[in-house]
Design a protein around this ligand. Structure first.
Ligand code: ATR
Length: 274
């Protein structure tokens, strides 16, 4: 019998997740279906309950429901760290929640770009949900330094404090800054986790922050953002978030099916379809 899965969001029409999971299923001979579900902004919980009653085995959760999902589930440690959930597993009456976003980013950087995060200087731009979702998995890779920079400095500082509370021994390499205080530093990996790609807005960051051979990673995908353009013109190697999207999906697929799909061919396939 075909096992049913879905991705729930609002909007959802442009989600590439069904294509990605169809490619994984074909590759690993898994009998699953995977569809997009548009939940009303005030109807996430009802939508999830409906899926459970119809026998779905699990779902991915995307914007804007990742925090609401967290409140409904038994969270994994990764979900607790992120304070948000992107993968649901329906086990009888229980809903397990996990977060595979940060792992997806780390895997893309390490495996697909071949860049070791350990001993690197990292800059995380943004202190919203997207940044919070990837902070812990990045720290677990033991960078020399991780600076969180944000337009609203207090939000970056509060992210820093949350981590320091949990893990005081390692807090020394974590720092929060405003964009205008970055001028005197260089970074090996710079990750844009702000939503400025959506609005085509440039960030007020100096060109001098891109160290020689630096990786500039935008968590958005689909087109070149102002951040990616600036990074490219400053000599950085530039990445968009498509690899992260496929890698987070692969981890969700593994949680559901117990098999790990190969991702590089799927990243290529989805990129060629764009
Ligand atoms: P998401 O879930 O995508 O992270 P969010 O939680 O609303 O969305 O966070 C958006 C992030 O993009 C924040 O870091 C925000 O900065 P503020 O905390 O100062 O609001 C950042 N951001 C959005 N628009 C921006 C802009 N025009 N310039 C700089 N940063 C911006």
């Amino acid at each position: 019998m075909t096992d049913k899965y879905a991705v729930i969001g609002n909007p959802i029409a442009h989600s590439k997740s069904p294509l990605i999971h169809a490619a994984f299923a074909e590759q690993t001979n898994q009998d699953i279906s995977y569809e997009r579900i548009l939940a009303p902004l005030d109807g996430f919980e009802v939508t999830v309950r409906d899926l459970i009653s119809k026998g779905y085995k699990g779902a991915n959760v995307t914007v804007p429901f990742k925090f609401e999902a967290f409140d409904m589930v038994l969270p994994s440690n990764r979900a607790l760290d992120a304070g948000a959930v992107n993968t649901l597993r329906f086990l009888g009456a229980e809903i397990r929640g996990d977060n595979t976003d940060g792992l997806g980013l780390v895997r893309d950087i390490k495996q697909n770009f071949g860049i070791n995060i350990a001993n690197k200087r990292l800059l995380l731009l943004g202190a919203g949900g997207a940044a919070e979702g990837v902070l812990h998995p990045l720290l677990e890779e033991s960078p020399t330094l991780l600076v969180i920079a944000n337009r609203t400095l207090e939000k970056a500082s509060s992210m820093q404090k949350k981590v320091e509370k949990k893990n005081e021994s390692r807090s020394y390499f974590l720092n929060a800054k405003a964009f205008e205080d970055l001028a005197d530093q260089q970074f090996d990996i710079i990750i844009n986790a702000t939503s400025t790609g959506l609005t085509d807005t440039a960030l007020p960051i100096p060109n001098t922050i891109f160290a020689k051979g630096c990786l500039a990673y935008d968590m958005m995908y689909g087109r070149e953002t102002p951040f990616m353009k600036q990074a490219r013109e400053s000599g950085a190697q530039v990445a968009d978030g498509l690899g992260m999207l496929v890698e987070q999906a692969a981890e969700a697929f593994y949680l559901w099916r117990g098999v790990r799909p190969e991702t590089q061919s799927v990243i290529k396939k989805i990129r060629n379809l764009a």
